[in-house]
Structures are given as C-alpha cells and as structure tokens.
Design a protein. Structure first.
Lengths: 267, 264
C-alpha cells in the first residue's frame, strides 16, 4: 500500500490550487443583475419627513410592477450628531462606524414600516442571500445603508469620520448583485462643482467620466469620495445616477433609463 | 439638536479634516491580540499546534489575550473554486470566512480546558468579562466585509483577510500588542523557502516596507496600510511559532522575530 500523503503534503496541494486558478479568472458571474438598487438619502430625503418621503415612496411603489427594486437607507442628521459626540469623547473610527450604522438601521426600519403594505421588507446585511426570494415574491427589500465594516472600518488619513458610509454600502450591494447602475435619490439635481446649498455659482455637471471627476479633485462631492475609487476597480457597476427625488417623475424616468440628473460613468 | 456637522457635507475635505479627536480612547489597553497562521501553523497539525498551545496556556498566567487563527489551505482552495465560478469579490469574501470558523472551533476545542471561549463579533463588548475572569477569547478575525468587500488594488483576491481583521481588532480596542505567529523567524526581503539568499529583517518601518516592491508581503497588504495610519497599535510582531519561548518574549515587548513599526 502506498503511503498516504502527510498532512503537510495535503495542505500544500490544497493551497497550491489557488495559484493555477488565478490565471484564468474572469469575474463574470452576475448574481442577480436584473434589479434596481437605489439609495434614499438620509439628510437629503428621510430627514425631511413626510412631505418629502411619502411622494417618493408612492412613486417607487408605482414602479414595482415594472422593476425589481431594492432600497438602501441613508444616515443623515443623527449620524452627524453621532460622529460629533463620538469624536468629542475620543472614539476610534471603528466605533464611530458601528454607531453610524445604527442610524441607518433606524431609517431602514422606518422606510419598511411605511412600505410594509406594499411588500416592504427589512433585510439585514447578513440576509443578503435572501434578496432573490424577496424580489421573486414582489417584495421591496430595504437594507440599512451602512456597510457592515463596523470596528473594521478603514482608518482615514485625516480626521475620524468613517470614509465608507451609506454611498459605499449601496454601491457594494449593487456591485455584488451584479447591477450596472446605482441610483442615488437626493434633494439636488445631481453633482455640482461646489455645494449648491452654499454657493449659488456652483455649476451643474450633467455627465462625467469617473476618472475625469477624480482628476477635478473637487473639495466637496455629492457622493462619498471612496466610491469613485471603488468604481474604477469594480466589475459590474458602470454608472452612478444621482438625481433629485423631490421632483415628481424623476424616479420613474431614471428607472426607465432616462438621464435626469448627473451620470458618473466609466468605459 | 445642534451639531458641528449638522448642515455640512461629510464629504467636504475641510469638514473631514476638522473632525479630529483630542486623543482617542484605548478601550482595552491591557489586551494582547495573538493571531496564529492557518497555513503556517494550524495546517501542520499536531506536531506544530500542541506545543504551541502548551506555551499559550503558560503565558496566560501573566497576560490577557485574545486569539485568532487564519484560514490556510482550505481557504485557498475555497478561493480557487470560487474564482473558477467567476464569483465577484464580495462573493469570494463571503465564502472564505467559514474556513476560519472551522479553525477557530479547532483552536477552541484544544484550548477549552485552559479557558478558551468562542466570542463572535457582535459580542466583542463582552470581552472584558472573559478577560477579567482569566479566559482566552477565540475570535474569528476575518473581517465582516462579506458582500461589501472592496475590489482589490493588487491582483484579484479579496485583500481584507485575517491579518487585516486581527490588526483592526487590536487597533480599534487600543490593545498593547499585536503578535502574528508564523512558521518562520519573521519577515524576509524575499520568500526564504524559495530563495536561499533571503535576508531576515529584524526591524523595519511600515512606510519603508510599503515603499519597496515586495514579492510576498507575508501579511495582508491592507493591514500594512492601516498600520501606517495607526493611532493606537503602532507596531506588530511576527514570530516563529515552531520554536519555543518566542511568545512570552514578544509579550514582554522584546523583538523575538520581526517588528514592523509605524514611523512618526
């Protein structure tokens, strides 16, 4: 009888399998590409309360027959207050990220209650793999927008505000599902050269390549800075569509493929 | 409710820069984080693992620590199969964690009689309870990124693995040390198993290390990037777990292999 391989030989063989498989890798599996992933802004929409949120949810519900929709929540004013208090008390970034996540859970739960009668269902990040079931049943999955990094949030170069927040969370929800567009519902027309709430001379940018936008090195952005870097390296997401959800009809148009705000694209 | 950032964009550079703590809190300043290599130690089986566990049980008398163990050979095989299926980065990251769970269960089972206890991520606030009572929490150090794993900057594999996870646990808790146990005497300028002329590096700054072009980083590259931005744990130890006596030396603060530190 031949000697069976030693534990070390077996481990080496198993580990070596990885070297060969890296050569031909194509990340071509789209897990669930036929759905629309959209983020409802925290400060821009949810914090405005009923007057802003109800018409937006009505419009989303009106589109459910045509599109499979997944909603991701934002943080907003309470997340900002959280960071302020947390930083004042000397909390590390990871603790702030964990605390910030709780606010997006609140917002997702509130959106779920508002949409329950239309199939709104709260989906925790750990339940990601149940999304196909919910969509097949005609539900509207609503996820907390904060990515689950928690204590494992990257340390920023400056300051203590977590760099990966809800724009990042919704981006990777879409990227992992394999969609090509992420929709960001905000209270401004889209991307401007400066914050339009502070500077009247801010210029609107209707469409821009992600590399060009990074090159412009704007001091402020309508989307988290890190998302642009992730987009460069991502396999599925090719477009960020930022638009004003307070204008009736924009959500419907955007979901139908019309460019109603700013498009940040690649390729 | 009035707050500093209330009407500000958190993306604004000036706002981000101004959000600085006057000294962050060390949450568990007595904590030591010990990470055991999966491929380098655990996959060697009894001959490597049993003596190491005896040594860890011994040092527990003097030091409070948590432990983690990385995935090793089966994790690499999971990645190999996942790559063949064409899984996205987030899918790969979601799959690999299970192997580390297996290894953590092995470690727990071997060390339970010395006070080991499995502590999942959402129970980290219980750590003081275990540590103050002389127990050894065994963590799953792989970070919780899952489907939210970021696309890699280098190559095609998920970059935030166990080393990153273990280090970030130490960093966010403000631990007193971070020790990686491997099967070689520390860091070399190239893989000593492939190159006879590989030079051992006793001490090196992470900035210098990152500026070079290493063929094999030995540890997660993302972990080294975080070390360069460290606010609490400003050095890490790499020691050889196949030789006795190194763990206690590292816990005493001696350089028993390689120290990679943040230059300030």
């Amino acid at each position: 009888m031949a000697d069976s391989p030693s534990i070390e030989e077996m481990s080496d063989a198993l580990a070596a399998s990885l070297d060969a498989s890296q050569i031909d890798y194509k990340s071509d599996l789209k897990i669930y590409p036929d759905c629309k992933v959209l983020k409802i802004g925290g400060q821009s929409i949810t914090d405005r309360g009923r007057s802003a949120v109800f018409p937006i949810l009505d419009e989303i519900v009106a589109n459910v027959d045509k599109h499979k929709i997944i909603i991701s929540s934002g943080g907003g004013t309470r997340a900002r207050h959280t960071y302020h208090i947390g930083i004042d008390l000397g909390m590390p970034v990871g603790v702030l990220a964990d605390m910030g996540g709780a606010i997006t859970v609140q917002n997702a739960r509130m959106l779920q209650m508002l949409l329950a009668k239309h199939g709104g269902i709260f989906v925790d990040t750990l339940e990601f793999n149940k999304i196909p079931l919910f969509l097949r049943m005609g539900c509207i999955p609503i996820m907390p927008g904060m990515p689950p990094y928690s204590f494992w949030e990257d340390i920023p170069e400056h300051g203590s505000i977590p760099m990966n927040r809800t724009d990042t969370g919704v981006f990777f929800t879409g990227e992992s599902l394999g969609v090509d567009t992420i929709y960001y519902i905000k209270d401004e027309e889209g991307l401007f050269t400066e914050d339009p709430k502070k500077n009247k001379n801010a210029k609107f940018i209707p469409k821009i390549h992600v590399e060009e936008l990074i090159e412009m090195d704007l001091n402020d952005l309508a989307v988290e800075r890190v998302v642009l870097d992730y987009m460069l390296r991502a396999n599925s997401v090719k477009k960020l569509h930022i638009f004003n959800g307070l204008v009736k009809g924009n959500i419907t148009k955007a979901l139908d493929g019309e460019e109603v705000g700013t498009i940040i694209y690649k390729d | 409710m009035e707050s500093k950032f209330m009407r500000e964009s958190l993306v604004d550079r000036e706002v981000a820069k101004s959000a600085v703590s006057e000294g962050e809190v060390d949450i568990l300043p007595y904590l030591n984080v010990i990470s055991i290599g999966g491929k380098s130690i655990l996959d060697r089986g009894r001959s490597a693992v049993y003596p190491l566990i005896e040594e860890l049980a011994e040092v527990k008398k003097e030091y409070k620590f948590v432990m983690g163990v990385s995935g090793g050979a089966r994790m690499r095989h999971s990645l190999a199969i996942g790559l063949d299926f064409g899984l996205p980065t987030g899918g790969l990251a979601t799959v690999v964690g299970a192997i580390e769970e297996q290894n953590a269960l092995l470690l727990y089972s071997l060390m339970a009689k010395h006070g080991a206890v499995r502590v999942p991520k959402d129970h980290y606030t219980d750590l003081p309870h275990y540590l103050e009572n002389g127990m050894i929490p065994v963590l799953t150090t792989n970070p919780p990124h899952h489907y939210w794993e970021k696309p890699p900057k280098r190559g095609i594999l998920p970059e935030n693995g166990s080393d990153f996870g273990a280090y970030m646990t130490a960093e966010v808790l403000g631990a007193r040390s971070m020790i990686f146990i491997k099967d070689q005497d520390g860091f070399y300028d190239k893989d000593p198993e492939k190159h006879r002329d590989a030079k051992h590096i006793k001490r090196i700054s992470v900035q210098e290390l990152l500026a070079g072009d290493q063929e094999d980083w030995m540890l997660d590259y993302t972990m080294l990037e975080m070390l360069a931005r460290a606010r609490h744990v400003k050095q890490i130890h790499i020691i050889n777990g196949l030789k006795r006596g190194n763990i206690i030396k590292a816990l005493n603060g001696e350089n028993a292999g390689t120290i990679i530190y943040k230059e300030e």
